[in-house]
Design a protein around this ligand. Structure first.
Ligand code: GMT
Length: 374
């Protein structure tokens, strides 16, 4: 089977899931074509059965913003036609769902039929998509797709609640490579970062407002008042500076490492004692899942799809959004109790195994088969 995958190539959960899905399918013998404006971040090595088609958008003095949608639609038509693809699977609704619809209509004029699957990931629905200026296009494109998937029950319900949806939505959760994401022995690494047996707290994100990174710093302040600890801030984005300023203001900057974007993150998770994700909303929380696969308990919020991943009081704790005191207290009580921490760490790994590639990717394969039968 030949599959075209469209996604954002930058750091971000949707691009990671799309790339890992494509890589796994290629290993199973599918021919996978990535169609994106840059090489996806986790598509680092040449691999058998994987093709990469870069979308370039020509500029012209008249254009205030580049017509990426038109360039992508034309590229999709070209790749589907000449590589004889069977299915187009696009990740993140804006603008990929409507562009795929356009490409499918153009291909029809050449007598070519191709089913389009759209996977809804998060901010395409929960933040950007709710903007009234996008709603008609997003609803239309979702309804016109042959298959629609969402990464959590929460996202499915949120889509029905905020758009005019007549199509069926299948929940296929995000997944993790449990071979790659496991607790590796990285003691030398821990020694590099700590001198007095400090606890290591980790946060990873794209540092956008929705991640509430200042709450990460506030939670860490509470932990830091109770025990020696270091905080690793992994990733980059617009909220990094406010988080740096706050940590200076709170007098804890010396014990916080702002590491920027890092790969492979599993090496950092492997020395982690706790993962903090105090997001305003999160349709799933892939970063939490990857940390859990490395045996790291998670302190998070009860927003969006997070409680579908992190089981409160088993593999971590879910507090109310903005309640950094609750998160701080829970963190301290867990870190102070070695036996409890070990149980939570095991539970976190076990929970992550529910979302292993082996469990989840066959659900996508089944959907592809169904699309080709109809
Ligand atoms: O806003 C982001 O964090 C990026 C965004 C994306 O689409 O790349 O992440 C969303 O999709 C991920 C993969 O499905 C989910 O794990 C994240 O929870 C979700 N982010 C939000 O809902 C904020």
């Amino acid at each position: 089977m030949k599959i075209g995958i469209v996604c954002y190539p930058t750091y971000g959960g949707s691009g990671v899931i799309a790339t890992e899905l494509g890589k796994n399918l290629a290993q199973k013998g599918y021919q996978v074509h990535f169609i994106t404006y840059n090489r996806p971040i986790r598509l680092d090595l040449f691999m058998e059965n994987i093709y990469y088609h870069e979308v370039t958008t020509p500029s012209y003095p008249l254009f205030e913003s580049l017509p990426y949608e038109s360039a992508l639609a034309s590229k999709l038509v070209d790749v589907v036609k000449y590589h004889k693809l069977d299915i187009l699977h696009v990740h993140y609704a804006i603008p990929h769902a409507s562009v795929a619809y356009l490409a499918r209509q153009i291909l029809r004029s050449f007598g070519i039929e191709i089913p389009v699957i759209v996977t809804l990931h998060g901010t395409d629905i929960t933040l950007v998509g709710k903007d009234k200026s996008f709603e008609p296009v997003v609803s239309f494109a979702i309804n016109e797709s042959n298959g629609v998937t969402a990464v959590s029950e929460f996202l499915k319900e949120d889509t029905f609640g905020n758009f005019h949806i007549t199509n069926h939505i299948t929940v296929i959760p995000n997944f993790v490579d449990t071979q790659r994401f496991r607790r590796h022995s990285k003691d030398h690494f821990r020694k590099m970062l700590t001198t007095k047996g400090e606890k290591i707290i980790i946060h990873t994100s794209n540092f956008r407002k929705v991640k509430r990174v200042e709450d990460v710093v506030r939670v860490f302040k509470i932990i830091h008042e109770n025990m020696p600890a270091k905080l690793l801030m992994v990733g980059d984005g617009p909220q990094r500076k406010p988080a740096e300023d706050l940590s200076r203001e709170l007098g804890i900057f010396e014990d916080i490492y702002f590491l920027g974007s890092q790969d492979p993150v599993e090496e950092l998770y492997s020395i982690g004692d706790l993962f903090l994700l105090p997001s305003e909303t999160e349709t799933f929380g892939l970063a939490a899942l990857e940390a859990m696969a490395c045996g790291v308990p998670v302190i998070t919020t009860n927003a969006g799809g997070l409680p579908e991943v992190v089981q409160d009081n088993l593999s971590g704790y879910c507090c109310r959004v903005g309640d950094y005191e609750c998160m701080g207290e829970r963190a301290v009580s867990l870190l102070e109790d070695e036996e409890k921490w070990a149980v939570f760490s095991q539970n976190a790994r076990k929970r992550a195994e529910d979302f292993s590639m082996d469990n989840v990717i066959p659900i996508y394969e089944e959907l592809y088969r169904k699309m080709l039968e109809t």
